[in-house]
Design a protein around this ligand. Structure first.
Ligand code: ATP
Ligand code: MG
Ligand code: MG
Ligand code: MG
Length: 464
């Protein structure tokens, strides 16, 4: 099944369950102070889940454009993470609940009229004490107990804090569905069913009050499920992404192979170019704050990957026509901004080109010195200098350092930043990097934000 067919099949299936098909919300929400980019399908329905505002329907289904900055470190590394991806969802606002959500997910996945996956390839997780969900999976769906795993709040509660500790507000357990590929490859999480059934108020005991109207919020990864259906080993091999990787390979005058030595770099370039195409289409330009900073980071990282493979001229902008072409069936509007998106990307590449050689030289020297003296981190003062004068913005250096197994001395970085602020009499702003659930961050916590590069969250800092 082609990816475009899967998207349509999902929406049709849930329409047959009386869910109203709604369009994707924007990728860059303007009136939501809590996120830079839409991280999940439920984002556009947050108010309804909180009981604020009424829609004229109680069941919905969407295919949502998402961007998760917290997954930047996973891109190209795992087979199943992107920054930009599409999430298929079905939602109930005080209407159907756990039983229907589980039965319908199973029907869509396994019924031969729909995806027809073999039941024995699927396992599920449930929250520790969610007997109701475990009971439905076991007694009604017929899943053997050894294919139902209990997970704690890190995996199976939303928001991902222990029910006794998390923030006030709606919350609940979830149940994730995993596919196990034939041949013993690593299983992949394809669908998360979230049962928002409590209002959490104050401290335990008795702080989880059952909601009078319980909600359903589910998210299925479009690219992951397409990879399962197409029998390929990575999301990047599916029909809408493999041709883009090949296109990047051609532009770089190398051939793309999943396991080839340029495979990871090409997947990163492909992912980042796709994310930037969608964000710039919505009006974000690369810059030093918030969404703009993330787009700058993604573009510089993509350009650097190609630069390291010998492409010394702007090239990321050349990938845009193929991206627009691949994504044009669901998002024909991308065609209208193609030229502008290309110009914006090209200008940013040219901008970075001016300092990249010098910055790379400095960065490589720092790595060499750190490794030869057995240090695990790069000195903050020099990293700040790279940030300030060479276009190697902090998170870019973070991600390059992480590839080398190194972190950054953030104390030194902060000291250098404070000194610079004092010397120049002005503040510095950069945006937000967020790991995992921290995608939902306060946008307006002051002019300078914090960094939390995946894998180095212990180094996460509030800058400024
Ligand atoms: P993972 O544990 O693999 O990072 P997740 O638990 O963070 O996934 P959810 O927040 O539950 O993901 O999102 C719902 C679904 O969206 C996932 O089951 C998966 O299919 C898909 N998904 C999540 N993150 C990504 C991503 N970065 N790229 C592609 N698909 C994703
Ligand atoms: Mg998960
Ligand atoms: Mg999940
Ligand atoms: Mg994740």
């Amino acid at each position: 099944m082609k990816t475009n067919e899967l998207r349509e099949a999902y929406l049709k299936f849930f329409e047959s369950k009386n869910c109203v098909r709604r369009p994707s919300d924007v990728l860059v929400p303007q009136d939501d102070p809590t996120v830079l980019f839409t991280p999940a399908g439920m984002n556009q329905f947050k108010n309804q889940f909180l009981g604020i505002g009424q829609l004229d329907f109680t069941r919905a289904t969407t295919c949502q454009k998402c961007l998760r900055t917290g997954d930047i470190g996973n891109v190209g590394v795992t087979a199943y993470h992107h920054t930009f991806f599409e999430m298929l969802g079905n939602f109930s606002f005080g209407d159907y609940f756990k039983r229907e959500a589980i039965h319908w997910a199973w029907e869509f996945l396994t019924d031969s009229n729909w995806l027809g996956l073999k039941p024995e390839r699927l396992t599920v997780t449930v929250y520790l004490d969610d007997e109701e969900a475990a009971g439905i999976w076991h007694n009604e769906i017929g899943l053997p107990l050894d294919r139902i795993t209990r997970e704690d709040e890190r995996e199976n509660f939303w928001p991902a804090e222990a029910p006794s500790k998390g923030p006030d507000g709606v919350c609940g357990p979830c149940s994730e569905i995993y596919y196990h590929p034939p041949g013993g490859g690593k299983e992949v999480e394809i669908w998360n069913l979230v049962f928002t059934q409590f209002n959490r108020v104050g401290d335990p005991p008795d702080n989880l009050r059952p909601l009078p109207k319980k909600n359903i919020d589910t998210g299925m990864g479009l690219e992951r499920t397409a990879a399962v259906l197409q029998g390929v080993e990575s999301n990047y091999e599916i029909d809408i992404l493999r041709p883009l990787c090949e296109n990047v390979g051609e532009i770089l005058e190398t051939s793309y192979q999943f396991d080839g030595k340029t495979g990871r770099a090409i997947r990163r370039i492909t992912d980042h170019a796709r994310a930037c195409t969608f964000a710039i289409h919505e009006g974000v330009s690369p810059g030093s704050k918030e969404e703009s900073y993330i787009i700058r980071l993604l573009l510089r990282r993509a350009f650097l990957e190609g630069y390291l493979l010998g492409q010394k001229q702007p090239f990321v902008y050349q990938v845009v026509p193929a991206i627009v072409d691949m994504m044009s069936q669901p998002y024909p509007e991308l065609k209208q901004t193609l030229a502008n998106v290309q110009d914006t990307i090209r200008a940013e590449e040219e901008n970075f080109l001016g300092t990249i050689e010098r910055g790379l030289g400095k960065f490589e020297k720092l790595v060499e010195v750190a490794k030869s003296s057995n240090r695990k981190s790069l000195p903050g003062k020099e990293v700040f200098d790279l940030h300030q004068t060479d276009g190697f913005i902090l998170d870019l250096t973070f991600s390059l350092a992480a590839d080398q197994g190194l972190s950054i001395d953030m104390e030194g970085f902060r000291a250098a930043e404070t000194k610079h602020k004092t010397d120049s009499g002005k503040g510095i702003s950069w945006g937000v990097m967020a790991a995992g659930p921290l995608d939902e961050l306060q946008k307006s916590q002051g002019e300078t934000k914090f960094l939390a590069y995946e894998g180095v969250t212990s180094e996460a800092v509030v800058v400024g």
